[in-house]
Design a protein around this ligand. Sequence first.
Ligand code: COI
Length: 359
Amino acid sequence: MSIFTDIQIKLCSEDKKKKKPPDEELVFGKTFTDHMFFMEYKDEKWSDPKIIPYQSFEMDPATAVFHYGQEIFEGMKAFRHPDDTIHLFRPYENAERFNLSADRMSMVKINKDLFVTAIKELIRVDNEWAPRAPGTTLYIRPTMIASEVALGVHPSLEYYFYIILAPVGPYFKEGFKPTKAYVANANVRAAPGGTGEAKTGGNYAATLHEARIAQSKGYPQVIWLDAVEKKYVEEASAMNIMFVINNEIYTPPLDGTILRGITRKSVLELATNLGYKIHEEQLDINKVVNEIETGECSEAFFVGTAASITPVSEILYKEKEYKINDGQIGKITQHLYDELTGIQFGKKHDRFNWMIKIK
Ligand code: COI
């Protein structure tokens, strides 16, 4: 039993423990720790919360999630600080967003304190898995899936809620290096009134077709436009986006079709605190590329939990290449990156009280 809650803990036996790869060899999302958190919703109530050895699920082929995609998740990170303690970044924001996603997908909600406590407890159990090499983190993936066995289209009556942990290196193997992005023109990601704002698997599946087109042209990332006028910038497939125009920061507004990024929110708060002017407004891609050409738009960067802050060096729009800041990392991008990661990794004072220490 945990001392903080009544989360039951069943430890993995010594001989079943996995071999940890060296921190320096970690990539994103390939290695998982020895334990997971698990809870099941059935007969209108949650089962007792528990931490168990990391394991597979045996599921009936008719399980609802496989057919109608009732699935939501979160992406979070824990950071090892120089004094070897481990800290979460704004976990209540994720708990809140998880419940917004649950609501949109007609799924059940999770008590926010339990959500955060479960993560803390799991990390306490697997704390040795939190890596120490520069730039590495412990990625956290809370997930809920519809587990009822039934083919009729209706909100599932049963759910699994689980949390897994993955020690990770940078999301982009190059690390904090500029990347190139292709502006989608064949598909849209999300339409007004759709599920774009929910963190649900289908939104990510919807990006894959265009991502293939982009990759075939040498562009690792896709920038999505709005579904109605096909001209307003929305976000990238797994990250929000920001531009620096005339030394001020611009990002699309939260209008229901893009993810309510927690890194997005934090970067806007941080930028304001650092004295930058921020704008959350619709950004016409035609205007943006024009401003790249004139040099008024001097920087662009992605923001996300997995991706942190990633500079964008070039945009391909309607077969024309627009190079930003000569392909170099911009000053404001670098400033925000240094400040954000400084706070996250415990190298700079956390003046916002964003970090929560796992005791
Ligand atoms: C994250 O940034 O953590 C996300 O959830 C995006 C993911 C698809 C890598």
